[in-house]
Write a protein that binds this ligand. Structure first.
Ligand code: AMP
Ligand code: MG
Length: 348
């Protein structure tokens, strides 16, 4: 399959946008930018499109897709009940990086929801995404536009690396703003539950709807507790290299990573180090990249997946990373980093 490249880095191209919308209406797949990461879109009400998405990504079909909408009213036909708290959250955070789990209506095929009776819905805060949703009929099912198990794409070039020849079109909208997937909150329970941490923090949510809980699977150290979002159970966001996180006081972390890097290099391995601005000059024997200033959550979040992909491209086989438990987005960032590391964390 020939994948069309639609350059919209300088602005939305109306003709291409119309063409992309038609591809979606005809059951095809279009990758597109959002404010979180690039999405791989197909018609959310078409079971066949959902199956194509799973096939292109190599994604297990029990891992449900998020349906993207462009206006609040479009929520009504795809849900069987909209709790008051969903309205309050939409008022506060839509369009934006928040996904809500709601009871689904019969309009949504089981293929889209991975067999669940609930549906995940988001209204993205990105102009090209909103236009594509409208052009494509109003409901776009879209997971991240990466091969399943690889880091989520934050540029259109990342999408091409994974999906060229497997999908109908890629809309290039430049680099994304946030770089981490949306916060997922389950509104089917009495007290809403965060199933995946993201840019919208628990505190931001509870400021508008009161009490919220964290899914037990990621507050507990017990790996046998199953997360409620099916996708959260997979080793996700992973680079090809082995990644290990080193956590502790700065001095100790730098010393330990340097030792590990020296050992690995002595065995002929190509080593990558994820440092921060304050420490990057103090490492050696490796390819060193700073994720950003430790107090600047936004930059670190935006860089993380790109760094993991860059190390893949350079052929790195061992990556050592500082723990990136930054002030506000630390939980969301560490959630991704820990998964990328397959839970290999060294406390020093
Ligand atoms: P992605 O689109 O790649 O960011 O993945 C979507 C995430 O949303 C996955 O972790 C899914 O398991 C989760 N998700 C989608 N629909 C539901 C649902 N109905 N209930 C719980 N989790 C969901
Ligand atoms: Mg994903």
């Amino acid at each position: 399959m020939q994948t069309l490249w639609m350059d919209m880095t300088a602005g939305i191209q109306a003709e291409d946008m119309e063409k992309a919308g038609q591809i979606l209406k005809d059951g095809g797949l279009v990758a597109f930018p959002t404010e979180t990461v690039y999405g791989l879109g197909g018609n959310g009400l078409d079971a066949g499109a959902a199956q194509k998405i799973y096939a292109a990504k190599g994604r297990p079909s029990d891992n449900p897709l998020i349906i993207h909408i462009a206006q609040w009213e479009d929520l009504v036909p795809i849900t069987s009940h909209i709790p008051e708290k969903a309205k309050v959250l939409a008022d506060a955070f839509w369009p934006g990086p928040l996904t809500m789990i709601l009871p689904k209506s019969d309009l949504v095929p089981m293929e889209t929801t991975g067999g669940l009776n609930t549906v995940a819905v988001r209204m993205p805060g990105h102009k090209a995404a909103l236009e594509l949703i409208r052009a494509g009929g109003g409901y776009i099912a879209a997971p991240s536009a990466n091969t399943s198990g690889r880091p989520s794409p934050t540029t259109a070039a990342h999408v091409r690396e994974d999906l060229d020849g497997k999908i109908d079109a890629i809309i290039d909208g430049g680099e994304v703003g946030i770089g981490l997937e949306s916060t997922i909150v389950d509104l089917t329970e009495e007290v809403p539950v965060i199933l995946r941490p993201g840019y919208i923090s628990a505190q931001m949510l509870s400021e508008v709807i009161g009490e919220v809980r964290m899914d037990r699977a990621f507050v507990s150290a017990d790996p046998s507790i199953r997360p409620k979002a099916p996708g959260m159970k997979y080793r996700h966001y992973a680079p090809k290299a082995q990644l290990q996180i080193v956590e502790g006081p700065e001095e100790k972390v730098v010393e330990t990573i340097n030792e590990l890097a020296a050992n690995a290099a002595a065995q002929g391995q190509l080593v990558g180090i994820i440092a921060t601005d304050a420490t990057k000059e103090r490492y050696e024997n490796a390819i060193i990249r700073s994720a950003g200033d430790r107090t600047d959550d936004i930059t670190i979040a935006a860089h993380l997946y790109g760094l993991l992909r860059e190390f893949d491209e350079l052929g790195v086989s061992e990556i050592y990373s500082e723990a990136l438990d930054t002030p506000r987005l630390g939980q969301a960032i560490m959630n991704r980093l820990i998964k990328a590391a397959g839970h290999r964390i060294l406390q020093v």
